[in-house]
Every structure is written in C-alpha cells, then in structure tokens.
Design a protein around this ligand. Structure first.
Ligand SMILES: Nc1nc2c(ncn2[C@@H]2O[C@H](COP(=O)(O)OP(=O)(O)OP(=O)(O)O)[C@@H](O)[C@H]2O)c(=O)[nH]1
Length: 367
C-alpha cells in the first residue's frame, strides 16, 4: 500500500457520516464491560502480544473501550495509529516497526513505560461500512503476525462488531419502548382530557352557567324519566316556585351585572337551604323551581321561608326580596303538572299580596 493512500484523510461529509455511525452506538465514555475486556485478552493471547485494545475513533481522540497493557485510556486522534488503520476499512494495518516508519511517533502510546514498536489493527465496521475504530495488538518490540494470528484477529474484529451491534439493537429497543410508553402516556392524557371535556359538556348541557343550578333541559330530562318520576311519586312531595320581586327594576336601576349577581345570591340561598336529593332548577330568567321529594306542605313552607329570609339577608348593594308559592302532591292523586299549577297560583297570590312572602297552596286541605 502506498504512503499516499495511508495518509488519505476522509472527506468531511464522509467523516461526518462515520462520526454519526459511531455516535449511534453511544458507546464512547461508557464503563468497561467484561465482554469487550475478554475480546482484548483473547487478542493479546492469540497474537502473543503484551498489549491489546478496542480503540474507537471519536471526533478528536481515540478512546479505548477495552485495553490490556496500555497506560492511557485515550490519546489525541492526531497521534493514533488506529486513525490510519480505519482509512483502509477492509484491511488490517500492520506496522512491523513503528520506529522505522516516518508516519508514526513511538511516543503515541506507552506500554508499561516502554515505547511502542509493533502495531496490528483490524478495523471495526458498522453494517453500512463505516469504520468505527479497531481491535489492535501492540508490542514494545518490532515483529510480525503469523497468518493464523491475522485470521484470528480478523475473527475477533467480527465478534467485536457483533457486540457493538447488540448494543445498538438494545439501545434501539429501549428507545422504541420509551417512545411507546410516551405515546401511551399521551394517549392516556388525551383520553382523560376527552373524558373531562365530555363531563364538562354534560354538565353545561344540564346546568345553568350563571347560577350553577340545574337548567330547564335537565328538568325536562327528569320529567321524562319514568324511574325518577316513580321515585318522586312514591311519597308525598312538594314543589316551590320562586320568583325574584321587581327584578326588572333591579336591572334597570343597577345594571345587568348587578342583576346577575342578585340571581347568583338567590341561587346560593336556594342551594344552601335544600337537602341532597332535592332538585333546584333555574326555571326562567328570575324564576326558580325546587322539587322536594318526601316532603309535606308544612315542611316545604319552612324551607321556602328559610330561602326567603336568606335572600333578604344577602350582601347586595340594594334590598332584594323573593316571592314563593308552595304546593304539595299526594302519590296517586296529583300529577306533577297539577302540583306545579297550584304552586304557580300560590306564587301569583304571594305577588298580589305584596311580594316578599311565602304562600302555601291550601286547595288540598279544602278539597
Ligand atoms: N340580569 C339578568 N336579568 C335577567 C336574566 N333573566 C331575566 N332577566 C330579567 O328579569 C326581568 C324579569 O322581569 P319581570 O318578569 O317583568 O318581573 P319582575 O320585574 O321581577 O317583577 P315581579 O316578578 O312582578 O316582581 C326582566 O327584566 C329580564 O330581563 C338574567 O339572566 N340576568
């Protein structure tokens, strides 16, 4: 081989691809591993050499993944004979006497304090032919390799390549696994987000945005559910129909924002006065319907009074009052619509009697 060919420096793009190939193994600067150490020991024994190494040619240095009889863990690339070896990737580089060869300095590596004289390195290739480094044997005296030793060193180079491939395969598997896990997490998060949006949508379809109480659609759904109606009509129940007094004036005098605040105050008074299982609905603009299952008229009247008193005490910059009509239903006797009509008539009377009051329907007592 000519000197010129040995000196040929790889083109920058070729070198960049070679470096990428080496980086794909993520092996430089990793801890020592028994499998690589064993290959180096085998190389030294086979070639009857005091030193051997698996050398990887990194950007500006050679780094030894495994070494035997060598003092350094790495050297500058410019001093690395292995860097020459990888420029002829398909063949072994043998330097019988480094001291006789003007290309190399004997100070490149030191073998137990003695200068290097003999070098034989077989390039390690990636599957697409990029030379990553070498497996090499070294000696402090000039010499040659027997053909069987050359063949053995070539075989060990192939074994080193297999080891490196296994490493890359394991890394790739881990990367795919991580990717799959990340994807599964993203999917889970997206599903949770979808579920949350679904719940939000379901909530907003059945709740009034201003007050947080149920809306008319939810009431219609309740009315349409035979199961819910059976449950309601299994015991005496009551309905409250509540209307804010002179609410138009509130809006006109104080504006819609304060009007909205007043509606929220009424809703709060309602929500804090009913039990779990009661159904509070914003029925119209300033009208509320409260369904009280298993409740008799007198008890319902008390609840209505409590709501009325709480509204009157709410902290608003103006006085706010409500009128409430109360009616009760007997199972098997009154339809909910009939009870509703009675509550509505009671509310009408409350308004006519001067507002800010609760009026109970007494037709049941009279009938
Ligand atoms: N701020 C606000 N006002 C509303 C809302 N919904 C309905 N209103 C107003 O509520 C008022 C209801 O007025 P009316 O039905 O005339 O009754 P009122 O003024 O309360 O009088 P009485 O019921 O007879 O005491 C109207 O002015 C509506 O514009 C709302 O969501 N926010």
């Amino acid at each position: 081989m000519s000197l010129a060919r040995l000196r040929a420096v790889p083109a920058p793009t070729e070198e960049a691809q070679r470096q990428d190939a080496l980086d794909a193994y993520a092996v430089v600067d990793t801890v020592s591993e028994q499998a690589y150490d064993d290959l180096v020991r085998l190389a030294a024994t086979l070639c009857d050499a005091p030193a051997a190494a698996i050398s990887l040619i990194d950007r500006d240095r050679q780094w030894f993944k495994a070494r035997l009889g060598l003092d350094q863990t790495q050297t500058p690339r410019a001093l690395a004979i292995c860097d020459y070896a990888i420029r002829t990737p398909e063949q072994m580089l043998v330097v019988q006497d480094v001291a006789d060869d003007p290309r190399f300095s004997t100070r490149v590596v030191s073998l137990g304090g003695r200068p290097l004289r003999f070098y034989a390195g077989m390039p390690l290739l990636s599957p697409d032919g990029h030379a990553l480094g070498t497996i090499c044997v070294l000696d402090a005296q000039p010499r040659e390799l027997r053909p069987a030793q050359r063949a053995g060193l070539e075989a060990l180079a192939r074994q080193t390549q297999h080891l490196l491939e296994l490493r890359r395969y394991a890394l790739e598997q881990r990367r795919l696994l991580n990717e799959r896990e990340a994807f599964a997490h993203r999917l889970e998060a997206a599903q949770a987000d979808l579920q949350r949006r679904h719940e939000e949508l379901k909530h907003s379809a059945s709740h009034d945005a201003l007050t947080g109480l149920l809306n008319r659609a939810a009431l219609a759904q309740l009315r349409g559910s035979p199961e819910a109606m059976r449950e309601l009509e299994s015991a005496p129940y009551a309905l409250l129909l509540l209307d804010v007094d002179h609410f138009k004036q509130v809006n006109d005098r104080y504006g819609h924002l304060l009007g909205d605040r007043a509606l929220r105050a009424v809703a709060d008074a309602v929500a804090s006065s009913v039990r779990e299982g009661d159904v509070a609905v914003r029925y119209g603009g300033e009208e509320f319907l409260i369904v009280l299952p298993a409740t008799r008229l007198a008890q319902a009247y008390e609840i209505a009074e409590r709501i009325r008193a709480r509204v009157a005490r709410s902290s608003l910059p103006f006085a706010l009052t409500v009128s409430v009509g109360v009616a009760a239903g007997e199972p098997g006797r009154d339809t909910p619509e009939r009870v509703f009509d009675r509550a509505d008539q009671a509310l009408y009377r409350a308004k006519n009697l001067g507002r800010d009051r609760v009026v109970a329907d007494d037709t049941m007592l009279r009938e």
